[in-house]
Design a protein around this ligand. Structure first.
Ligand code: 1CP
Length: 363
């Protein structure tokens, strides 16, 4: 039985590998977690989803906490990531988002034209709209009891704008990209509103208990170098600057998927680490960023369809490519997929632990 503690005491962190690696330090072993590590590939997550809708889980701290802990308990990953979604920010701005089974998120009334920006709630009260996320973070931090750090996150301005204008997932996000050329000033106004809110949201997440934060620019790769520099980079930089000014000791990670051309500029922002997708070569990335930032990633999520022995070999190659100078957080190059086998996720985590020098403690 755990000893009882005074209600507000902060339990000591027993595993701070990810905090140190994200700051660029050399660690005894390489920390590992997976984007979308809580989700449909886990039967225990499916069991919760059989009883509750997606946004019910996100909106109920007890349930969000429960599914956040599932991969920590099953897989012994080195970080928990709070169960939520990037689309809670558009919701806080007053847009309705529905999770349609088999289709993903859908906005019944997207921002089809710039005049509709006026429909958004300016300056929403974060505690009133997203208080459930802060409560989930505080609860999860207590239940983790210092086992591993808790990661908070938000979507990046461009990625959120892409969903808000397009109305849902899309291959090309043509409507959202149309805005950048047809209505650049309105696009900048929307991106600025999003950046201010996201920065404030991440600051509050750290106050509530997040010990690392990650900004997901999942659709950065749709932009191209110049467009990224104009419509994504300044807003990503603003978020990091505000966040680090408020929480200098909390590592901030940025994931600009599909945008290798962004590495050099991102390394000059205030992010501590850059997450690489699986198409990026770790050594080439290291050559570009030098010692300016730590790196995270980057096994192809589809490599988890290979047999466990092959996963282990690929993990070995990945660790070698990132080198042994430290400053590496192992992860996938994008999220877990719904038909992944949880045993293969375990093979990935165990291989990082074993091959980077640690013998996994027997459960
Ligand atoms: O039915 C279900 O259970 C819905 C599946 C699901 C899950 C498990 C969605 C819908 N969101 C999530 C959780 C989620 N989303 C997390 C949880 C924490 C974790 O374990 O990692 C995180 C970090 C996200 C972030 C997120 N949502 C991103 C960025 C990361 C990425 O994968 O690129 C994006 C783009 C979204 C939007 C979204 N939410 C859900 C879906 C299916 C999508 C993608 C839609 C699309 O573009 O087609």
């Amino acid at each position: 039985m755990p000893k009882s503690k005074p209600r507000n005491s902060k339990p000591k962190l027993q595993n701070d590998l990810i905090l140190r690696a994200a700051r660029g330090e050399k660690t005894e072993t390489t920390p590992v977690w997976m984007m979308r590590q809580a989700g449909r590939y886990l039967p225990e997550y499916q069991a919760v989803r059989d009883e509750h809708s997606f946004f019910e889980v996100v909106g109920t701290p007890e349930l969000a906490c429960k599914v956040t802990l599932q991969p920590v308990e099953r897989l012994a990953v080195d970080a928990a990531i709070i169960f939520s979604d990037i689309l809670v920010i558009p919701q806080a701005l007053g847009l309705e988002v529905q999770m349609v089974p088999g289709k993903g998120p859908q906005f019944p009334a997207p921002l089809t034209e710039p005049e509709e920006i006026e429909r958004l709630t300016r300056d929403p009260d974060l505690d009133a709209t997203l208080g459930h996320v802060f409560e989930a973070l505080a609860l999860t931090r207590r239940r983790l009891d210092g086992r591993v750090p808790l990661v908070g996150f938000a979507g990046a301005p461009w990625t959120l704008m892409a969903y808000m204008v397009e109305g849902g997932g899309s291959k090309s996000f043509r409507q959202a990209r149309r805005w950048l050329w047809a209505h650049p000033e309105d696009a900048h106004a929307l991106l600025g509103t999003l950046a201010d809110l996201i920065a404030a949201y991440l600051v509050r997440q750290a106050e509530a208990g997040a010990q690392v934060v990650q900004v997901f620019d999942s659709h950065a790769g749709l932009l191209g170098e110049k467009t990224f520099e104009t419509f994504a980079l300044p807003y990503l930089a603003r978020i990091a600057e505000r966040f680090k000014a408020a929480h200098p000791g909390v590592p901030a990670i940025v994931f600009a998927k599909g945008a290798p051309y962004a590495l050099d500029a991102l390394a000059d922002t205030d992010y501590d680490a850059i997450s690489l997708d699986w198409t990026m070569d770790p050594q080439a990335a290291r050559n570009v960023v030098g010692g300016r930032v730590a790196l995270q990633g980057n096994l192809d999520p589809c490599a988890l369809y290979a047999p466990p022995e092959k996963i282990r070999r690929r993990v070995g190659a990945m660790l070698e490519a990132f080198g042994d100078e430290g400053g590496h957080v192992a992860n996938l190059g994008h999220g877990m997929l719904p038909d992944h086998d949880p045993r293969h996720a375990a093979a990935f985590v165990d291989a990082v632990h074993a091959l980077s020098g640690r013998v996994r403690a027997e459960a």
